[in-house]
Design a protein around this ligand. Sequence first.
Ligand code: PEP
Ligand code: MN
Length: 366
Amino acid sequence: MSDHLQIKDWGLGLSGHTIIAGPCSAETPEQIEKVCLEMKNQNTVPDIFRAGIWKPRTRPGLFEGIGEEGLTWMEIVRNILNIPITTEVGNAAHVEMALKHKVDVLWVGARTTVNPFAVQEIADALRGVDIPVMVKNPMNPDLQLWLGALERFHKVGINKLAGIHRGFSDSYDKRFRNKPNWSMPIHLKREWPGMQVINDPSHIVGNREGILETAQRAINFGLDGLMIETHHDPDNAWSDAKQQVTPARLKEILSQIDFIDNTVEINPDEHLNDLRNAVDHLDDQLLDILQERFSMIDQIGAYKRERHLTVFQSDRWKYVMESRTKKGVAKNLSEKFMKELLYCIHEESVKRQEKQIREAEPVKKA
Ligand code: PEP
Ligand code: MN
C-alpha cells in the first residue's frame, strides 16, 4: 500500500512541509481577491489555497456555502497567486462541479468520512480521474473508518492520497473545538507506510490563540504540513469567524514554528547505538518479567477454577490499580500511562484465566 505519491511529489507541496491556507468558506469574489492580495503582499503564499464551497454545518440555518458560483472565483486565485486550489466535496454532484471548474485537489470532510456510503459515492465519481484526495479524520477517533475511507479512494485508482488530522468531537473537553489525538495520525502512518498527514490546527483549537502551539506539536510529531484557515477580515467571516487568522498572522505563525525536517533519516552514531542497545536489553528483561507474571496468573487461574471462583475480583483489581499507579507516579511515570498499562496487563490476565476455566473439564459437584 506504499505506492502512492507524496504531496511533495505531486508538485504541490513546494515547501518541506505542505502549507495549505485560505478561508473557511468562499463568500464573495471581493473576499477571495482581498485574501489573495494580502497573502501576496505579506509574501506568505501557501503551497495550496483552500476555500469551502459547500459547508457541512452541524445545525441548519447557518451559511451552508456559496455553491458552484464560488468555483468560478477560483480564477482570481490563479491570477494572483498561481497556486493549486482545494475544496471539500461531500457527494458525486460536488465532484462533478469541482472537476468541471478544474479544482486541483479535493478533500473529504470529517462529517463525510464517517459515512462509507457517501465516501464510496465520491470515490465512484472519481474512478479514472487523476486528482489528489485528502481525507480528514472522522468525527470520532476510529482509525478503521479513516483507513477505510482512504482505501475506498485507493481502490478506484486514486494514488495521490493524504490524511488530515483535524481532531475529534469531544463534548467534555472544552479546551478544544475538536480534541487532537496524536496517536491517530501516527497509527495511520504505521498502518500505511508513506502516508502523508496534514494537520488542521484551526478546527482543532477553534480559536486564533491556540493555533501556533497545536501546529508546533504536529510538526514535532512528524506530520507533513498544516492547513490553516486564513481570511482578510476574520471577525466578519461567514463561517468559523473565531478561528480564522489574517495573512499577516499566518506569516507570523509560520515564522515562529520550528519546522523540524521529517524527511531526515536518523544516521545512528555510536552514542545512539549504545542507548538503543541498552533499550533492547531492558525490553528483553521486561518480556522475561511478563512471562513470569503470566505464569503466576495461570497458577492463580488454576486455583480459581478448582475453588469455583470468578476470574474478576473487584477488590483485588482496585488494589492492583491503586498501588501500582501510586508507585509508578513516584517513579515519574504518568498516571494516564500507568492506568493504560495496568488495564492492558489486567485484561490479558483476565482473558487467560477465563480461557482456562472455559477449556477445563467442568468442576464436578460433590
Ligand atoms: C473545513 O475545513 O472547513 C471543515 C468543514 O472541516 P471539518 O470537516 O474538519 O469540520
Ligand atoms: Mn472551517
